[in-house]
Design a protein around this ligand. Structure first.
Ligand SMILES: [Zn+2]
Length: 79
């Protein structure tokens, strides 16, 4: 099975769906492989992963919109 490599831009576009298990199996493998070799995308992946956890846990103190805005800002600063 040949997995088409993806670039950083595509990885970052898909990472949210990847975390939600909403991508195809081939794309999930490609994203996993990319993250393993790309520190920058790994950091974005980790941030998105934390975002999911924070939304689950922190809704009592902040609205999800506030939390998302804050973490999106963090991602933008990484860019
Ligand atoms: Zn990358």
């Amino acid at each position: 099975m040949t997995i088409e490599p993806i670039d950083c831009e595509e990885c970052q576009e898909q990472v949210h769906e990847y975390l939600q298990r909403e991508v195809s199996e081939d794309l999930a493998v490609a994203i996993t492989a990319h993250i393993a070799n790309c520190d920058h995308c790994e950091e974005i992946y980790n941030t998105e992963d934390q975002l999911n956890q924070v939304i689950k846990n922190a809704c009592q103190v902040e609205t999800p919109e506030q939390v998302i805005a804050r973490i999106r800002q963090h991602i933008a600063e990484l860019g």
